[in-house]
Design a protein around this ligand. Structure first.
Ligand code: ZN
Length: 274
């Protein structure tokens, strides 16, 4: 299979077709799992359950087996989901998420269907899908664990701050501290950017303004499908009109790009001999 000579559009379309195929196969695999379970075939083969059968006999990793079994549980109680999986509007991770949440909420069949409709075609992150479902079922948000090493001085400061705030629970103290920090930041008036527009590099103040304006996310917008990148890592300040073409280092002429998009824009510039 030589893909090197394919045009971008063909490569993209072929990939999308393959993913459709992948979804149809997923639906088939889950249907087979269901039949194996109803026949209890794994017992005859000497496995105590579907999970150990999926790992040892079928060669799935433990996490992959777990996701498929959760997906199967949801499909069994909500057969309406199968055609949606086949169409590719419900992926495996959202299916297993549906099972975990509806189980926790002890949902009825009607609620399962509602939850299904809520997140089908959901292409945002798994965390967003989970929040949506938790909100729907009025479940408590997932608890996160923060564990960090601090030096003795920080530890003593932490104890003193807790004592002064009269709070026993670490989580409450941390929340109040973070909230007050955010409030004092939003109260600050916007600093004026005083920087010579001819300087090449954006200074600290300009950079801070640009990042704030961009919501601390990459601002690259694809000319093909108008999708914005939104990457949050390794952000860099880039000139819209290139510096070498007289573009100024001002808020109007600057934008925030992630490292990958900054490099891509730079390569494109180089390829048209700027
Ligand atoms: Zn980007």
């Amino acid at each position: 299979m030589n893909l090197k000579n394919l045009k971008n559009e063909v490569l993209l379309q072929n990939t999308k077709n393959l993913i459709k195929e992948e979804n149809r196969i997923l639906a088939k695999v889950l249907a087979h799992f269901q039949e194996i379970e109803s026949r209890k075939l794994y017992l005859e083969l000497g496995y105590g359950g579907l999970f150990s059968f999926a790992v040892k006999e079928l060669g799935y990793s433990e996490a992959a087996a777990q996701r498929r079994i959760e997906a199967l549980r949801f499909l069994k109680k909500t057969p309406e989901a199968l055609p949606i999986v086949e169409k590719g509007n419900l992926n495996l991770s959202n299916l297993s998420l549906l099972e975990r949440i509806t189980k926790e909420a002890q949902a009825t069949h009607a609620q399962n269907v509602e939850a299904l409709n809520l997140i089908q075609a959901e292409t945002t992150s798994a965390a967003k899908a989970e929040n949506k479902l938790r909100e729907f079922f009025k479940l408590e948000n997932k608890k996160r664990v923060i564990s960090m090493e601090v030096d003795e001085e920080t530890y003593q400061l932490w104890l003193q701050t807790k004592a002064k705030m009269g709070e026993a629970k670490d989580a409450v103290v941390l929340k109040k501290l973070c909230q007050s920090r955010q409030q004092s930041e939003s109260k600050k008036t916007q600093p004026k950017v005083r920087q010579a527009p001819t300087a090449r590099i954006a200074g600290v103040v300009l950079r801070r303004e640009l990042l704030k304006e961009a919501g601390h996310r990459c601002q690259y917008v694809s000319p093909i499908n108008a999708r914005r990148c939104e990457n949050q890592h390794f952000l860099q300040c880039d000139h819209k009109v290139p510096y070498c073409l007289g573009g100024e280092t001002t808020q109007q002429n600057m934008r925030v790009l992630c490292q990958q998009h900054n490099q891509m824009v730079y390569q494109n510039l180089k390829s048209i001999n700027l």
